[in-house]
Write a new protein. Structure first.
Length: 421
């Protein structure tokens, strides 16, 4: 009997609440604001009652929780008269004034009007049917301009981010969340993947905008015409080696094209015309056909380079012994093996800078120091005259040159006793 009495008193309270809520809704419509209704929604249905009535209404909620919850949800489906932004007939947002709605559409469109030099926008429009109309809009779709703009651009109100920690990179993050690296790139167009900073926030959700901005543009630009390369056999060059007879040059052509983009991403290009400004020059390259000598020591040595001149001799200088000969030459000059053999060291050593050691057998060794680039590796067999490096100025050096040594039984020898320099 007590429960029945409580239920009957509860029905009276619900009817009272309905009248109060209807009054609040009418007031909101009259003054075009939703704050009163929102406050009721925040408090919940029973927030309409006074503190003395709360205990009784709670008893009703305990008896019929699902029925009451359903009634509350129906009561709170408030529709406020506003200006709806509709996409293909579906309302996606509502603003208080028409001006606010139109400004949002302009903010979506205008960034695609700013193009680089040489580009003329011929047409800009929305792919979808987009309109603004005055009509009742569900309360949950109404918001401030900035919020609505972000919502339309992202296609969702959901936000999911990852905060960069030490050791993070796109591949690791993608694997962690079960997505593709391409998704991260699309979700973060302004982020450079190779320059991630600790504490930086990375979006994990790929934007799917409600509105697609289409542009048709006319673009005039220069395009490189790659030169061709033809080869001529040369019996004076070893097999596997090449030498340029005539250096090629790329050409240039000016192109006019019509380009269609969707949200700035190109998906169609039609070339309207082109004019060659500079013809490409074909490169002619010699291709070696001569059989190389055996990759073992011959017992005789040749100059390590056909360029340069001796700038410092073997022997004592500056109070210490100079264990080789310095040959002055510009950085990047070809350095070749003085005899065939096996590379025993190729890397950096203090003093020498980048250096190559070659064992020629019979306890003979040659060394090539201060290099800018090494072209061989440890354990590699080389033949006499094979290019092994480029000269440079690394290590302890007073200028670009090649330091060349010949050693017998590990003891430095005067290279002039073996090579005519």
């Amino acid at each position: 009997m007590d429960k029945i009495d409580t239920f009957l008193r509860g029905l009276f309270k619900i009817e009272k609440a309905k009248r109060m809520l209807s009054f609040a809704m009418a007031g909101a419509l009259a003054i075009s604001i939703i704050t009163p209704v929102s406050s009721y929604a925040d408090k919940g249905f029973f927030g309409l009652f006074s503190s003395e009535e709360e205990q009784e209404t709670q008893e009703i909620e305990n008896i019929y929780p699902q029925e009451i919850k359903r009634d509350i949800e129906e009561l709170l489906k408030v529709r406020i008269n506003s200006f709806a932004i509709k996409v293909d007939g579906e309302t996606i947002a509502g603003l208080r004034t028409r001006l606010e709605a139109e400004e949002i559409l302009e903010a979506i469109r205008d960034p695609y009007l700013d193009r680089e030099d040489g580009v003329k926008i011929l047409e800009i429009y929305f792919k979808e049917k987009v309109e603004v109309s005055e009509e009742p809009v569900p309360q949950e779709l109404i918001g401030e301009s900035e919020e609505i703009l972000e919502y339309i651009r992202r296609g969702t109100k959901e936000k999911k981010v990852h905060v960069i920690e030490k050791g993070d990179y796109y591949g690791k993050i993608a694997e962690m969340y079960g997505i593709h690296v391409s998704d991260l790139e699309a979700a973060n167009p302004d982020v450079l993947p190779r320059k991630l900073q600790i504490g930086q926030k990375i979006n994990l959700l790929v934007p799917k905008p409600f509105i697609t901005v289409m542009t048709t543009e006319n673009k005039v630009y220069d395009e490189v015409i790659k030169h061709e390369t033809v080869y001529e056999n040369n019996s004076g060059i070893y097999k596997g080696e090449y030498a340029i007879k005539k250096r090629g040059e790329d050409g240039i052509r000016t192109v006019e094209a019509k380009i269609v983009r969707a949200n700035g991403i190109e998906y169609e290009r039609v070339v309207l015309g082109e004019e060659i400004v500079k013809e490409p020059v074909t490169q002619i390259t010699y291709k070696g056909t001569k059989d190389p000598p055996p990759r073992i020591g011959t017992g005789t040595f040749q100059k390590p380079s056909n360029r340069g001149y001796v700038t410092s001799e073997f022997g004592w200088r500056w109070g210490r012994r100079h264990e080789g000969i310095d040959i002055g030459m510009s950085t990047g000059t070809s350095v070749r093996a003085a005899d065939g053999g096996v590379v025993t060291f190729a890397g950096y050593k203090s003093g020498y800078g980048y250096v190559v050691f070659i064992d020629h057998g019979a306890n003979m060794e040659s060394r090539y120091a201060h290099l800018s680039k090494i072209l061989v590796s440890k354990g590699q067999k080389v033949y006499k005259g094979e290019q092994i490096a480029l000269s440079g100025n690394t290590g302890v050096s007073t200028g670009p040159h090649l330091h060349f040594e010949i050693r017998k039984n590990g003891v430095p020898q005067n290279p002039r006793n073996y090579v005519k320099l």
